[in-house]
Write a protein that binds this ligand. Structure first.
Ligand code: FMN
Length: 369
């Protein structure tokens, strides 16, 4: 297994859905950053089950314990270990059906890979709950990146067939987008689309189905030149981090797949001067050229598939007897993962960009006050 990401800001994830806890070690956080468990609260609330529409009824308190790396309220430069204990897991349904893999989930592939020794309860290491640790690391990375003024925002732009009309257009958009997102339970900047999305989620729930969607992620105020081509490009490392989020099926940057249908003059972002700085008059590149940040906002889109565990009967196979089985998934599951994944997309973006900022040396060490 590979459970660590990042070179200087190194994040190691551990814990299983129905095990003792979901935890993370963050090594490489600069010393002197003020940090307490209270700082994690609002991001964890946004990720939490039961607080967003269409999410599982598993209710976890998500209390954070910081086990190391803090002294007198500030990071010391030593590894930070953060732990959130699991309290509300219910393994009954997994004990009954452990030999029958859920279509769309990792039950079959994990069973083969780990010879049946993996903790399959609640999906184990393949549960969406592992993203608790991602969010904890994201809160820390955000505090580091805030030192250089980088802003990150993710918001829902699609649930099933419903698209939000409001998208990011320019840097000056950020405060307006943030305010609009905060006004509705789905963190979607288009309130009319949000009303339709909420109605759809109710409909999907009543049918025993699930639904996917898409999230737009934005990072602004980035310096030019972050990224380490050729193998640690900004696109490459962001995509790697975002694909660690369970259920992510696609990531595109700027014009993305749309670039395939454009001509050079349509796609190229013309250079221009603004307030004494070189900038571009459009942003089809999504803020990245040659694997390096170009000073324009990074704009990316993440597609999330429908939740695999649905109560509608589905065909499966008993992995032991090899007999066909019609499976009706029990237990508590999200109807739609997208609302809970918004803050996780922000976390993976900020973790990756924090690592690049440290590699580029743009974060200056804090000195004793
Ligand atoms: C926040 C979050 C919550 C999730 N909740 C569920 C869930 O309730 N039920 C489920 O079957 N899958 C859920 N998933 C998705 C599965 O973990 C994921 O589909 C599975 O591990 C297979 O991985 P893959 O979809 O990336 O191939 C969730 C994912 C995330 C990010």
């Amino acid at each position: 297994m590979s459970n660590s990401i990042g070179q200087l800001f190194r994040v190691t994830s551990f814990g299983e859905s129905h095990g003792h806890s979901m935890s993370v070690v963050v090594d490489g956080c600069p010393p002197g950053i003020p940090l307490s468990s209270a700082d994690m609260k609002s991001d964890l609330e946004r990720r939490k089950a039961g607080t967003t529409q269409g999410s599982t009824t598993r209710l976890e308190t998500d209390e954070v314990e910081i086990l190391s790396g803090i002294f007198q309220g500030r990071t010391t430069g030593a590894p930070l270990t953060l732990m959130v204990c699991n309290h509300d897991s219910d393994s009954l349904h997994y004990n009954k059906k452990f030999a029958v893999p859920r279509p769309g989930h990792a039950d079959y592939t994990a069973w083969v890979k780990y010879g049946g020794y993996n903790d399959y309860r609640g999906g184990g290491r393949f549960s969406g709950r592992i993203t608790v640790g991602f969010v904890l690391a994201g809160t820390i990375a955000q505090k580091v990146l805030a030192l250089v003024g980088v802003d990150i925002l993710a918001h829902i732009v699609q649930i099933g067939p419903i698209h939000a009309a409001t998208r990011f257009t320019s840097q000056s958009d950020m405060p307006r987008l943030l305010e609009r997102c905060r006004q509705n339970p789905l963190y979607c900047a288009d309130s009319e689309a949000c009303t339709h999305m909420l109605a759809l989620l109710e409909e999907i729930k009543n049918k025993g189905e699930s639904v996917g969607g898409a999230i737009e992620g934005i990072a602004t105020n980035l310096p030019v030149g972050l990224g380490e081509p050729v193998f640690d490009t900004v696109e490459g490392n962001l995509a790697k981090a975002l694909f660690a989020i369970p259920a992510v099926k696609a990531v595109e940057f700027g014009a993305g797949f749309g670039a395939a249908g454009q001509t050079g003059s349509q796609h190229n972002d013309a250079f221009t001067m603004q307030n004494g700085h070189i900038t571009t008059s459009s942003n089809h590149a999504g803020g990245i050229l040659g694997g390096l940040t170009n000073g324009m906002p990074i704009v990316l889109h993440v597609a999330i598939k429908p939740t695999p565990s649905i109560s509608k009967p589905q065909n499966s196979v008993d992995m032991v007897s090899k007999e066909p089985v019609v499976l009706t998934v029990e237990g508590r599951h999200d109807i739609c993962i997208v609302p809970r994944a918004v803050v996780v997309v922000e976390a993976m973006m900020v973790i990756t960009l924090c690592d690049f900022a440290l590699l580029a040396g743009v974060i200056k060490p804090m000195r004793p006050q």
